[in-house]
Write a protein that binds this ligand. Structure first.
Ligand SMILES: *Cc1c(COP(=O)(O)O)cnc(C)c1O
Length: 492
């Protein structure tokens, strides 16, 4: 399996292609594009039938081996078996089987043949779906680094979910250190406790005196110092990482296969979306031949994606136009994985994709509506890829959390509430609608309290997390001090 950049010139595509392990530890391609397989591996009906019975770990192996052809199969099988266990994904709700890893729960069957189902993706160590991919990434990194006798220092900024998922995936891993910046005293008490209570010597929590953007700017400044970056072996685990996307493909297959008894049955997915990483995995599953009917992107007030799927206009927002919402993990100004879908939409034309995303840099967006003066008319092809969208606001979120608690007796988090709100607008007779549950409610308790007047239930083991001893340092947003801190702790 060869990988190409979404911005590769037609003439360069074959000569610059790389294998899975080559792109595993990297970020963007050198031309600024994102990596994708040169062609999507296909899945037959017979394979789907055979996969219906598999455990999650075995299913993950079957799918990954189509993408990671340069990793010996026995090694890959050991990695997926180690990652997807009921001990790691133990935070299942009452009535869910932890061993299923991503159990389904039917919420409602309508008289007119509609069906609304929730797929739990947040039973991992940090109670958000990012564990699904990050846990595998931790094991893949450790495996690859050991082979190369190399080390990696992960450096990033977080406002919550990504940082904790990365730390829980990398803690105690040989050859890996994590330096995670967060805005001092700006995360929720729960999120802070989750990260800062880790005592592992390879985890470095750095609270920056400032807001998230200050922390993010520090990461950019340090990463732009290429000699420093090379000497200190700095890498990232952000949402454009290809292995993260691939790991997420697996649960679309699991969801489809668990919800159906034959491959003629129709299933759609609604996905609470921010950076388009999660739903991009659904697109890839569909391109591989999984019979997904619709892929519905649910956004919050930051509706960059909803606007595109309604109008064909992609317009990124300035940071002053980005709202801080009660589904904060979807507060994005642009969708960093969107380029992967656009590449397919424009017929896998790297020159075209490069021009469109250069226009995003220079003019803040592009227009594929086909109207006079637009940049193209490919918006008319969007339906062919199954995409739809919708938007949810703070008020919708509160109402949905209340409705779901009243109607189905479970408490959902704010991001999942955005998903359910939009899913309900897109139900169709004869089609099962699966909503991906991207976090558990305990993580966003402040809003749950507003909606229901009572605290969200905490999974076992999280009861007193705020009382555990915390390990972190506080630093001003000073790039030189940061570099000195990193160098002192890597010993490089
Ligand atoms: C990251 C995240 C999202 C958004 O996922 P994308 O892959 O960025 O679209 C949604 N919900 C929660 C809880 C998240 O942590």
């Amino acid at each position: 399996m060869q990988y190409v950049s979404t911005r590769a010139a037609a003439s360069a595509a074959s000569s610059s292609s790389q294998q899975f392990s080559d792109i595993l530890l990297g970020g963007l391609a050198v031309d600024g594009g994102l990596f994708l397989p040169s062609a999507y591996p296909q899945v037959t009906g017979a394979e789907l039938d055979a996969w219906r019975q598999l455990s999650y770990a075995d299913l993950a192996f079957e799918i990954l081996r189509k993408f990671a052809t340069d990793i010996p199969e026995a090694d890959l099988r050991a990695l997926t078996a180690k990652t997807y266990t009921k001990e790691v994904y133990k935070n299942a709700r009452k009535g869910e089987k932890a061993g299923q890893i991503t159990p389904l729960r039917v919420l409602e069957e309508g008289d007119n043949g509609t069906k609304l189902v929730l797929q739990a993706l947040s039973n991992g160590p940090t109670l958000a779906f990012k564990d699904m991919a990050m846990q595998l990434l931790g094991n893949l990194f450790e495996y690859t680094l050991a082979k190369q006798d190399a080390q990696l220092n992960i450096f990033g900024a977080t406002s919550g979910d990504t940082g904790s998922a990365a730390e829980y995936a990398m803690r105690g891993k040989k050859g890996i250190r994590v330096f995670m910046l967060s805005p001092h005293k700006k995360m929720s008490a729960f999120q802070t406790a989750q990260m800062f209570s880790l005592q592992d010597p390879n985890i470095f929590n750095i609270a920056i005196e400032g807001v998230f953007d200050d922390a993010q700017d520090m990461v950019k400044a340090v990463s732009n110092d290429l000699p420093f970056k090379a000497k200190q072996k700095i890498g990232t685990v952000n949402s454009i990482n290809w292995a993260r996307v691939v790991a997420q493909v697996v649960y679309y297959f699991r969801g489809y296969l668990s919800a159906t008894t034959s491959n003629d049955q129709k299933v759609s997915f609604t996905v609470p979306s921010g950076n388009f990483g999660n739903i991009c995995a659904g697109h890839i599953a569909r391109m591989m031949g999984l019979p997904i009917d619709k892929l519905v992107a649910a956004t919050n007030e930051n509706d960059v994606l909803d606007e595109f799927f309604r109008t064909g206009v992609y317009r990124v927002r300035k940071s002053a136009e980005t709202y801080h919402t009660s589904s904060p993990s979807m507060d994005i100004s642009k969708a960093s994985n969107f380029e992967r879908f656009i590449y397919d939409l424009v017929g896998r034309d790297g020159d075209r994709t490069r021009a469109l995303f250069q226009k995003v840099e220079s003019h803040g967006g592009f227009d594929l509506s086909g109207k006079p003066g637009s940049d193209g008319d490919e918006f008319k092809l969007v339906a062919k890829y199954g995409f739809k969208s919708g938007k949810s606001t703070h008020e919708d979120r509160l109402n949905t959390i209340r409705d779901v608690a009243d109607d189905y007796g479970i408490v959902i988090d704010t991001h999942t509430a955005d998903g359910i709100k939009v899913a309900r607008e897109n139900l169709e007779p004869g089609v099962t609608m699966i909503v991906l549950e991207t976090a558990l409610a305990a993580k966003f308790n402040e809003t749950i309290l507003d909606a229901l007047g009572e605290d969200a239930e905490r999974p076992e083991g999280f009861e007193n997390i705020e009382d555990l001893p915390q390990k972190f340092v506080v630093m001003p947003p000073d790039v030189e001090k940061m570099k000195a801190y990193i160098a002192a702790n890597t010993g490089l």
